[in-house]
Design a protein around this ligand. Structure first.
Ligand SMILES: [Zn+2]
Length: 391
């Protein structure tokens, strides 16, 4: 048995000077624990915060790795626990059909043979290729195309139940059929990089679309109809609809903290999920790195990843989940419990894993991170196994 002591962050409150008792891979007791078996191994760092392991459902790279290729995905998995992340969806954008197929096969393979000391690979997120080029953001237009039934059915077959999320622009002709096919496969259909109008969004939701990719980023600006009249922008439409969940990037630059508060108020705390959208180079010194499609970008501390050939174009972030959690608390004013919903329980629910993981509750897998007062990760446990300890 393991006994982790500290300030325990549960979905509803923080238990100060509490503890979590772990037997094998599961949480068996949470609270002020006085009694435990004699041979229990105790982890006690005074003043530490014990949070459910973070789950990142949208990330493109970490350290020296992109999400392309088995070795890279395993490399990311081994690094993630040092940021408190215990599960993630490798995400691929800007790829040929063949490369997407290969990516899905790679993800499947590493899921079957999960790294011993890594974060769990929970499935795949495809960002594209059925994306509106007008809203391409940091994507390369040459990879973007209209939904093609034969092609997407091949992707869905290749991904199977490991294809957890696909981001698409629902206004493109053929996307309603795509959304329906994704739903049939239990894949989350996600709106992103889109110019959809209200009617497109309604139709997409009726077809089964439930999720919004990085809300407020790569969204069209608001256009006034006439002086003094406010028309809803696509972001406003998303905020106003029922039955949607949305990703937000809390790096402090992608989205203003007040906009995150607004999203929470409009859509509900349980429907917002924090993502990193991180790139290769995250966690490394500032420098120039390459995207999985070969284009170069530059990273700067306290900033984002920007394309070298045009610095105005943001291609992703250099955020890690422990600092996403920190920013939700420090910049957005959320409580520890509220922030942990966005970083752990909500992402688990979106990909259908919330009965297994995502919170510190009896019966769940012991996916747990221990943070210091600066939100640096001290220890990480994946299914009750200590996989990271700060030296
Ligand atoms: Zn992305």
């Amino acid at each position: 048995m393991l006994f982790i002591k500290g300030n325990i962050v549960t979905p509803t409150r923080v238990i100060n000077k509490g503890g979590v008792l772990i037997e094998k891979d599961k949480i068996v007791k949470v609270g002020r624990i006085k009694k435990y078996p004699p041979l229990t191994k105790i982890f006690d760092i005074p003043g530490s915060t014990v949070v459910p392991g973070f789950i990142d459902i949208h990330m493109h790279g970490l350290g020296k790795y992109t999400t392309k290729g088995k070795k890279n995905i395993i490399g990311i998995s081994n690094l993630e626990p040092s940021y408190g992340t215990t599960g993630f969806l490798p995400t691929l954008a800007c790829a040929t059909h063949k490369e997407y197929l290969q990516f899905l096969q790679d993800v499947k393979d590493v899921i079957k043979d999960q790294p011993e000391k890594g974060a769990k690979i929970l499935g795949a997120h495809l960002e594209g290729p059925y994306i509106n080029p007008i809203m391409k953001g940091g994507m390369d237009e040459k990879y973007l195309r209209l939904p093609d039934k034969k092609e997407y059915q091949e992707l869905i077959r290749a991904g199977g139940r490991d294809l957890k999320i696909m981001t698409l622009s629902p206004e493109l002709p053929g996307s309603i059929g795509l959304i329906k096919s994704l739903r049939k496969n239990n894949t989350v259909a996600s709106l992103g990089h889109s110019m959809a109008k209200e009617d497109d969004v309604r139709k997409a939701i009726r077809a089964g679309l439930t999720h919004i990719c990085h809300l407020f980023n790569a969204f069209p600006p608001q256009k006034p109809r006439e002086l003094g009249v406010r028309e809803p922008s696509l972001a406003d439409i998303c905020l106003a609809m029922d039955g949607l969940t949305a990703e937000v990037n809390p790096d402090g630059i992608h989205v203003h903290p007040l906009m995150i508060r607004l999203a929470i108020k409009a859509m509900g705390l349980e429907n917002i999920v924090a993502i990193t959208d991180s790139m290769m180079g995250t966690g490394l010194p500032e420098g120039t790195y390459r995207m999985s499609d070969g284009r170069k970008f530059r990273t700067k501390k306290g900033d984002v990843a920007r394309l070298v050939e045009n610095e105005r174009i943001i291609v992703g972030s250099i955020l890690t989940m422990n600092f996403a959690f920190k920013n939700l608390v420090k910049k957005c004013g959320l409580s520890f419990s509220q922030a942990s919903l966005l970083t752990s329980l909500n992402p688990a629910r979106i990909i259908g894993l919330d009965r297994l993981t995502g919170s510190i509750e009896v019966g769940k897998k012991a996916d747990i991170a221990v943070l210091d007062s600066n939100f640096e990760c001290l220890m990480t446990f994946v299914e009750g196994k200590l996989v990271y300890q700060k030296t």
